[in-house]
Design a protein around this ligand. Structure first.
Ligand code: NAD
Ligand code: USQ
Length: 387
């Protein structure tokens, strides 16, 4: 298998590239280091130091004898992207390369426009590149559970059978996301479904829940293979943030009552889900959707799971919610597609939480405490243009 991993320098893309390479695939990585530039913009850095892409791939080669080819450039630059797909000739393209923070997309007009331009245009260029160069390429696209929002009905895997006024149809599941970032993923899903239906492309949209964890069997082989670990209020995801806050002795920042429920997944399951999707491609013309999570939990339950590992020491603080989102709602998600392909999920447990503690403890001096507090507010749209 020849797999091109777009966004292969990121939190999930890098360990996925290693996992695929380890299982024998010929892997190429594309990235423009946008994520590293957001760190400079926000004045933060990954908790765990990360090496350059060049060093990472050299270390992997030294350890395993396997090469990962790298292509540095922007998906929004269609000529660059077409050239890479022509040169690498993948049979699978895994697409992680997007601006992925909801708070970042809600900072102001410029950040919302950047997010949707980067994500929607990059993805659209990719669809054209596949259609022109080789329509048999299987696109494995990272979507998000947040595309659905929190509807008052069960969340199906991408599609919904409906009966309306005595007639039946199968339609894409209705979407009601909570940020301009999550909306960009909805737009991507519609564009991909269109390309499958009209051009006969084949795609798997993986609606992934919130990821936690930092190590995979491959990244653990050498500290220079580490992937990033974000904890700040803009790019840090909830469980990773709670673990860092617990180790630092800071209160766990639950937004609102903490009743908001989300799908979650261990990073080791993320990389395996990608392998399973790639190894079992969608049919030509098929827009296949899997919900990529292994369990659902309220934010309050996540905080409790972390706090319980430090009995009596860690406090939970209910902050006024900076976001606009339901914190008391129905949530029942169907996720049978990936288990039916063989996924054996890791579940959140004390052991998993405590296995993150040494990583955090080792780098605790690197934490910028000021970056832990949320500053982006959903309810007041901010215009960055001078008036
Ligand atoms: P990340 O920001 O760490 O990685 C994304 C990578 O893509 C970065 O290295 C970035 O430089 C690159 N990139 C972005 N735009 C690009 C462009 N135009 N051209 C080339 N490279 C570009 O994010 P992540 O946490 O690894 O997430 C990867 C994907 O998975 C995203 O699409 C995200 O929406 C999705 N996802 C992430 C999570 C999570 O909890 N982290 C959960 C669900 C879905
Ligand atoms: N939350 C807190 N306290 C915190 C941080 C978050 O209560 O300190 C709450 C949020 O209000 C939200 C939930 O936890 O209700 C999840 O927040 P998050 O920041 O962990 O996740 P989110 O913004 O949804 O985005 C992350 C990734 C994104 C991915 C998404 C999957 O950044 O790329 O798409 O998780 S999902 O949530 O399923 O859409």
């Amino acid at each position: 298998m020849r797999v091109l991993v777009l966004g292969g320098d990121g939190y999930l893309g890098w360990p996925t590239a290693l996992h695929l390479s380890d299982t024998g695939a010929e892997v190429g990585v594309v990235d423009n280091f946008l994520r590293r530039r957001y760190d400079d913009e926000m004045g933060v850095d990954s908790l765990v130091p990360i090496e350059s892409l060049e060093v990472r791939t050299d270390v992997w080669h030294d350890l395993t004898g396997r090469r990962i080819e790298t292509f540095v450039g922007d998906l929004v630059d269609a000529e660059f992207l077409f050239d890479v797909v022509r040169r690498f000739r993948p049979d699978t393209i895994v697409h992680f390369a997007e601006q992925r923070s909801a708070p970042y997309s809600m900072i102001d007009r410029a950040h919302a426009v950047h997010t949707q331009h980067n994500n929607v245009i990059g993805n659209l260029n990719l669809l054209y590149a596949i259609a022109e160069i080789d329509p048999s390429i299987h696109l494995v696209k990272l979507g998000t559970m947040g595309e659905y929002g929190t509807p008052n009905i069960d969340i199906e895997e991408g599609w919904l059978e409906i009966e309306h006024k005595g007639r039946r149809d199968r339609v894409m599941f209705p979407k009601r996301p909570n940020s301009f970032y999550h909306l960009s993923k909805v737009h991507d899903s519609h564009n991909i479904e269109f390309a499958c239906r009209i051009w006969g492309l084949r795609a798997t949209d993986l609606n992934q829940g919130v990821v936690y964890g930092q190590q995979t069997p491959q990244t653990e082989r050498d500290p220079r293979l580490a992937t990033r670990f974000d904890y700040d209020a803009v790019f840090g995801t909830v469980l990773n943030r709670f673990v860092i806050q617990a180790v630092l002795g800071e209160p766990l920042t639950v937004y609102g009552s903490g009743g908001q429920t989300r799908g979650i997944i261990d990073i080791r399951d993320t990389v395996e889900c990608i392998r399973l999707a790639a190894a079992n491609p969608a049919e030509p013309g098929e827009f296949r959707v899997f919900n990529q999570l292994t369990e659902s939990m309220s934010v309050h339950e996540m905080a409790k799971a972390v706090a319980d590992t430090f009995p009596g020491i860690v406090e939970v603080e209910n902050l006024e919610n900076p976001r606009v989102e339901a914190d008391s709602h129905y949530y029942n998600v169907v996720f049978t597609g990936l288990p039916s392909l063989g996924l054996q999920p890791h579940r959140l447990s004390d052991t998993l939480i405590t296995s993150l503690f040494p990583v955090v403890e080792q780098h605790r001096e690197r934490v910028n405490h000021a970056a832990l507090s949320p500053t982006v507010r959903w309810s007041s749209p901010s215009n960055d243009l001078a008036t």
